[in-house]
Design a protein around this ligand. Structure first.
Ligand code: PLP
Length: 361
């Protein structure tokens, strides 16, 4: 019997883009601007930093395994009960718990092509079959996904907005899709970029519908600027949450992560500042791309994806940008080799990116 099962041996590990230290070492550019991982360029809320600091003296104690404080605060904010809330090691941590909780070996997961890689890695590491449906005009094709559900489908993963395309599906599309979903199928609604688009009337906030077989995942990593501490949360009916709570590691998330999430939630001003900054950044990106005659996908999140003709064009442009210290994300690993994603930064970072882009084309 092999030590490593085939589904693990064949797994391609998640490969993040080049980091700041690597670029410094390899290219020694004058300046580094990282716009590759959809992070908040303003950093964490000062209140979150204070809360983290205040929590440090208590680190000899284990966290409360039920994360009561944070779950209660989230329940109040989103008008549900604590029993409907889970918090975890990033929203991806909760996704991992979902994959361990609900899947039997011969059951399948279903999602779109050109979506968040994390889900594919989790499905493959679980050793189950993952089926995918092509994107349609860079959007999730909900009709085709509904049509692909079969008796073995247990989990359907939908990112809305989708990473890396930044597109959304609408209320109408979502409701029509849910009509086709049998009750044995659990829908993961990954709303990691919710804060950037929840006010758009056509955006379906999945929490509004209180559907029995939907789990909504959200995170403090993006709009709240806490990607490094790993804190995310999810909402579902009590039976789903109760079973996830049995399977999750008892002491995740850590004490500083829980405290940071609680404090960040209260700093609405900080959040708004970034939401506005992102809107302005996207406007500037669109204007720049139009001036340069570049094709892009209109985005509902904090990043924009550029569409080129070939992978080679993307690789050449990416290499030139890296040499100038601009880190963006080529999308071959996402199944979109002719695309390049860039998130909005601070105004001077956006301007530097635009200048370097012009110089590199
Ligand atoms: C769609 C989507 N879901 C989840 C995540 C991971 O979020 P977290 O940091 O909460 O694990 C990301 C991060 O890039 C993402 O783009």
């Amino acid at each position: 019997m092999p030590l490593v099962p085939d589904h693990i041996k064949n797994l391609v590990p998640y490969k993040a883009g080049k980091g700041i230290a690597e670029i410094e070492r390899d290219y020694k550019p004058e300046r580094i601007v990282k716009l590759a991982s959809n992070e908040n360029p303003l950093g964490p809320s000062p209140r979150a930093l204070q809360a983290i600091e205040a929590s440090l003296a208590g680190l000899h104690r284990y966290p409360n395994p039920a994360s009561m404080g944070l779950r209660q605060a989230l329940a109040r904010r989103f008008d549900v009960l604590e029993e409907n809330v889970i918090s975890g090691h990033g929203s991806e941590g909760i996704m991992s718990v979902i994959m361990r909780t609900f899947l039997l070996d011969d059951e399948e997961a279903l999602t779109s092509e050109g979506t968040f890689i994390g889900f594919r890695v989790l499905a493959q590491s679980r050793g189950i079959r993952l089926r995918t449906v092509p994107l349609k005009d860079y959007r999730l094709d909900l009709e085709a996904i509904a049509g692909a559900i079969n008796d073995k489908t247990k989990i359907v993963y939908l990112a809305n907005p989708n990473n890396p395309t930044g597109t959304i599906f609408t209320v109408k599309e979502f409701l029509a899709f849910m009509e086709h979903v049998p009750s044995h199928v659990l829908i993961i609604m990954d709303e990691a970029y919710f804060e950037f688009c929840f006010e758009e009337p056509v955006y379906p906030d999945s929490m509004k519908y209180r559907l029995d077989n939907v789990i909504t995942l959200r995170t403090f990593s993006k709009a709240y600027g806490l990607a490094g501490i790993r804190i995310g949360y999810g909402f579902a009916r009590a039976e789903v949450i109760n079973n996830l709570m049995k399977v999750k590691l008892p002491f995740e998330p850590s004490i500083p992560a829980q405290e940071a999430g609680l404090a960040a939630m209260d700093d609405e001003e900080w959040l708004k500042k970034y939401i506005d900054l992102n809107k302005e950044g996207k406007r500037f990106f669109y204007e720049t791309f139009e001036q340069l005659g570049l094709r892009y996908i209109e985005s509902h999140a904090n990043f924009v994806t550029l569409v080129f003709d070939t992978e080679k064009q993307v690789a050449r442009l990416n290499e030139r940008l890296l040499k100038k210290g601009v880190i963006v994300r080529p999308l071959a690993a996402f199944g979109l080799p002719h695309c390049l994603r860039v998130n909005t930064g601070l105004p001077d970072e956006n301007a530097y990116f635009a200048d370097m882009l012009k110089a590199s084309l």
